[in-house]
Design a protein around this ligand. Structure first.
Ligand code: SF4
Length: 254
């Protein structure tokens, strides 16, 4: 089937976005047990839909185009050891993006970000903590090919891959980004500080509020240790700030 040029947004696609946003409002209202649609929700939906109904390309189509442009990418040495490019996963219209460092073994095998033990932790944060569905957010990594032996990606590898993440962020245009772990936090803040110093405070990436927090794999490593509770508490505090920023109800995690 012929693909439509990404710069065109036919009326039917814009209408589809409006219907989708209204359905989302109704679903959330039903979950909250509230009657009718609140003004705040309508305003949020307007902001969510309005920019995309104009000149901006359709985010789903634009993401597909980025993926196509990436092709069988060999722009950096990481292509040699990968099984699959791990492009990203989630809602192209997401209000919230999570950005990790790079794929691990499970992600490399499946071509999907955050599907191993760390992925389960992230799912818990999204679903049990934030009361969202994983499919409502967008998840990506700084580098899209697995670094060998799960080593940190090198600066030249990050530099080669970052334009793809930049384009993903640009088309999704989330209301907030959560940077998971040192590499993502340092890359997106441009600061050298360790994650322990960067987390818990709002930064910005290209004008979008950015909250760094510990990588879920760090929480996995802490399991059973005396630091486990402190690590979980720190992440939950950071996530609560994100929920407040998005206007999500902040309650107890469990
Ligand atoms: S990490 Fe990024 S730039 Fe490097 S080969 Fe993979 S997709 Fe290409």
């Amino acid at each position: 089937m012929d693909k439509k040029p990404i710069r065109q947004q036919p009326v039917a696609e814009a209408a589809e976005e409006v219907v989708r946003a209204v359905k989302e409002i109704l679903r959330r209202q039903a979950e909250l047990g509230a009657a009718g649609i609140g003004r705040e929700e309508l305003e949020r939906a307007r902001r969510r839909v309005a920019p995309r109904a104009g000149a901006r390309p359709n985010p789903a189509e634009a993401l597909r185009q980025i993926h196509l442009d990436m092709g069988d990418c060999r722009r950096c040495p990481l292509h040699r050891g990968r099984t699959n490019i791990v492009f990203g996963d989630g809602d192209p219209y997401a209000r919230l993006m999570f950005v990790g460092e790079g794929p691990g073994a499970d992600e490399d095998a499946q071509g999907v970000p955050f599907v191993g033990r760390a992925g389960q932790k992230l799912n818990d944060i999204i679903e049990k903590g934030m009361k969202l569905k994983r499919s409502e957010v967008y998840i990506a990594n700084v580098v899209k090919s697995r670094p060998p032996g799960n080593r940190d990606p090198q600066p030249d590898e990050i530099a080669a891959c970052l334009p793809f993440l930049d384009r993903q962020i640009e088309v999704i245009h989330p209301e907030a980004i959560v940077a998971l772990g040192t590499i993502a936090a340092q890359t997106l803040t441009g600061l050298d500080a360790p994650i322990g110093k960067l987390r818990g405070k709002w930064h910005e990436y290209k004008g979008i509020p950015l909250m760094p927090t510990y990588h879920p794999s760090y929480l996995v490593r802490l399991q059973g240790s005396r630091q486990e509770e402190a690590g979980r508490r720190a992440v939950w505090e950071d996530i609560q700030q994100v929920m407040e920023k998005l206007g999500l109800p902040v309650g107890s995690k469990t």
